[in-house]
Ligand binder design. Structure first.
Ligand code: ROI
Length: 166
């Protein structure tokens, strides 16, 4: 059984509904359970494309799925929720990324874990910090609370929106 941290993001087609549907789909994956969900955050888009604000969150999933089978499952959920792969850096109905998979380091053509953007993105680090241990050590030896301390919160806003299952 693995502890996998998953990042969720959406800025199209009713982002709150997108995130909620994703949580219930993840909870229904074979041999998997959503153990913990972060608050839901509102964040300004990172990247060069003008687009709506995002809702972002992180959850902890326990699963028997291997990293690649989990990736397949996440991509299937993205598809089922209407994701179209559009412009790079563009808006998206649903983005699901594996941030961490136990303490594994994976560098394959399809999958990089820890997620390469984890260390710089406040909309990933702050929700991860909320639901994990501040002393969480990443596979490269970085400690989560040090990363959070080095990452400005800027206009990341913790909302009062709720997942059905928190
Ligand atoms: N910006 C924010 N704030 N949140 C995201 O989830 C997000 N996802 C992306 C890009 C386009 C990089 N920007 C984002 O893929």
């Amino acid at each position: 059984m693995t502890a996998a941290y998953i990042a969720l993001g959406s800025n199209l087609q009713d982002p709150l509904t997108q995130l909620r549907s994703a949580v219930s789909a993840l909870d229904k994956l074979p041999g998997s359970r959503v153990e913990r969900t972060s608050s839901i955050y509102r964040s300004t888009p990172v990247g060069p494309v003008t687009q709506p604000d995002y809702l972002n969150a992180v959850l902890l999933l326990t699963t028997v799925l291997s990293p690649l089978r989990l990736l397949d499952a996440l991509q299937q959920i993205e598809q089922e929720q209407g994701r179209v792969r559009g412009v790079r850096w563009g808006p998206r109905t649903l983005d699901l990324d594996i941030l961490l998979y136990n303490d594994q380091h994976i560098d394959s053509p399809r999958l990089a874990i820890p997620h390469p953007a984890l260390q710089q993105r406040n909309f990933v680090l702050y929700p991860l910090f909320e639901i994990s241990d501040a002393n969480l050590v990443l596979p490269d030896g970085a400690v989560l609370d040090t990363l959070v301390a080095a990452c400005p919160r800027d206009d990341l806003e913790k909302t009062s929106l709720r997942f059905n299952k928190n």
